[in-house]
Design a protein around this ligand. Structure first.
Ligand code: NAD
Length: 276
């Protein structure tokens, strides 16, 4: 395959680069995911709240790619937290995707004020031990939420998917994940394509390598060890974003990008985000 895997803490292989489908309408997801699969992507990142599990599932089925070569992630939405509700929501996601199992199931947000992420995760452990998901993990968990979770449950999350890009480098989380053997997966790895891809330092490195700014930012993530899931619905960009395994940044390039940290979020603060 085009994309090398990382090995999760339970031995499962996860492609280090995948395709994100947030904000892709259900009726466009089939085409976008289809284009991504043709371009060589094998990992797809969706979520119940994205409303496009059906379109995503159609593309997976139509692609002819053997199920074992795919890596499908979906996420449990906040309103479905709690043990029983989680089991029901998982069945619904699987049904929409048209799959018999997923590769990775994530708690989308901790919603700490609700106090339900531990019960939710216990349902995840059941789904995992029943073989209905090959790995379980979380998203948007701060180290304090992970500590509480790990203390109260048996399976260390395989992944924490968090907002991460050169303007928000998440040093504390990355360090904590590394200590615990949790893979760091970057959402909005391109900073949603705003501003970041016009930063002069990134443009200069792009020119030096004869690559695009998006490819440079993705390469920075990969060399740091992050899993990335860039999103695009534009076929040329979908292809461009996976053509990042035939060159490397040097230590100077990495240092110049790492100097861009501003600890600045685009998305919500996980400590307080409680949308249902
Ligand atoms: P992203 O950083 O992947 O940026 C996507 C945008 O960047 C595109 O809409 C396009 O405008 C632009 N872009 C993409 N490729 C480009 C290229 N080659 N050149 C120029 N511009 C380009 O942002 P995202 O969609 O927010 O994040 C990626 C994925 O992460 C999502 O689709 C979703 O799967 C996941 N995500 C998860 C959460 C979460 O809470 N867990 C939150 C947000 C996103």
């Amino acid at each position: 395959s085009k994309v090398p895997p990382i090995i999760l803490n339970n031995g499962v292989e996860m492609p280090q680069l995948g395709f994100g489908v947030w904000q892709v309408p259900d009726d466009e997801a089939e085409q976008a995911v289809g284009t991504a699969l043709e371009a060589g992507y094998r990992s797809i990142d969706t979520a119940a709240i994205y409303g496009n599990e059906r379109g995503t599932g159609k593309a997976l089925a139509a692609s002819g790619v053997p199920r074992k070569d795919l890596f499908v992630t979906t996420k449990l939405w906040n309103s479905d937290q709690g043990y029983d509700a989680t089991l029901r929501a998982f069945d619904e996601s699987l049904d929409k995707l048209g799959l018999e199992y997923v590769d990775l199931y994530l708690i989308h947000w901790p919603v700490p004020a609700r106090g339900t992420y531990i019960d939710t995760y216990k349902a995840f452990e059941k789904l995992y031990s029943d073989g209905r998901t090959r790995a379980i993990g979380v998203s948007n968990f701060l180290p304090e939420h992970l500590e509480t979770l790990i203390e109260a449950t048996n399976v260390i999350p395989a992944v924490n998917q968090i907002e991460l890009h050169p303007h928000l480098q998440q040093h504390a989380s990355r360090e904590y994940h590394a200590e615990q053997g949790i893979a760091t997966e970057a959402w909005s790895p391109l900073g949603q394509g705003k501003g970041l891809l016009e930063v002069p330092a990134i443009i200069a490195i792009a020119q030096k390598h004869g690559r695009t700014p998006a490819q440079i930012v993705l390469r920075w993530h990969l060399q740091l060890g992050n899993v990335v899931i860039p999103k695009s619905v534009t076929p040329s960009r979908i292809k461009e974003n996976i053509e990042v395994f035939d060159f490397s940044l040097d230590t100077e390039d990495i240092a110049a990008i790492s100097a861009l940290n501003e600890d600045r979020r685009i998305g919500p603060d996980p400590a307080t985000f409680d949308m249902v």
